[in-house]
Ligand binder design. Sequence first.
Ligand code: DAH
Length: 342
Amino acid sequence: MDQSLNDIIQQLQDIRTQFEKEIEACSGAEVLEALRIKYLSKKGIISGYLALLGKVAPEERPLLGQQLNELKSLAQNLIAERVEGLQLSHRTHTFFDTSLPGIKPLYGRKHPLRVVQDEIKSIFTSMGFRIEMGPELESDYYNFEALNIPVNHPARDSHDTFYITDNLLLRTHTSPVQVRTMEKFKPPIRIIAPGRCFRKDAIDATHYPTFHQVEGLVVDEGINFADLKGIILAFAKKLLGEDIKIRFRPSYFPFTEPSAEYDFSCFKCGGTGCRICKGTGWIEISGAGMVHPAVFKYVDYDSEKYTGYAFGMGIERIAMLRYQIDDIRVFYENDLRFLQQF
Ligand code: DAH
């Protein structure tokens, strides 16, 4: 051994001073990496001294080992600190760099079905209607029985129902809210009830197992079919413009008598016939009619004193016509390219 322990320790001291000077001056990631290689890599300065350990006298080894380890950890720690510092300052930099273009936040927006539903609601509330809501999980009684559709009634066939239990189901229409409202309040009644419905329909361009309806109900003394036509016409004009025409066709619903289906003149072609109205000039909207006395009986209304009308409408249907959408599935696929158009 041609160097004394003291010499070596002095050299380590110098190396430490030199390293500290270099790292102090170090300004970037590349220089830092070069520094790491110079001091800490396998062939680096500190490793070179580690090789000396085997050559010094056994009693000198602990002290030299300790000195070397200290130097090594110091170098490692200082380099790690600087690396972290560089990353941090890089981050702070980006954050405060006012010359960078801004990042446009992604806005949420109303779903087209919600847009249409809100518009329908505001038209009817402007005509004195209140909003009522009913549950989506409904009992057989409200969905069918109290609407004059007893068990085994053929009208149940057209409602492909999701049954939860024998008695509980996902409502197939918003008409049960008629019954719930009449149970709660005495006439006069003037409400609409928007909401979600469910039917076990196979999915295609015009059917989906869930969809939305708005129910309307007006009950008072002296209400007649002309009132129903008047309100539907006023609504259609507010929604689609003064030129719109309506028509009623005889139909059948167990909870209304007489019953009708009503159409709007095609708002694409104005009634001359086009692809949207399949050449007829008319677009079918939904059903309506005068509340059946049997329904009044369920809610304990005197049908000698009161009469009323009810109507339904499909929100998807109106949204599809309004925006010329030819496939109902797009409402439920949550494709941003579709949703961002509204
Ligand atoms: N609930 C019916 C359906 O879903 C639509 C309907 C028809 C509602 C006549 C009414 C009505 O209020 O009077 O097919």
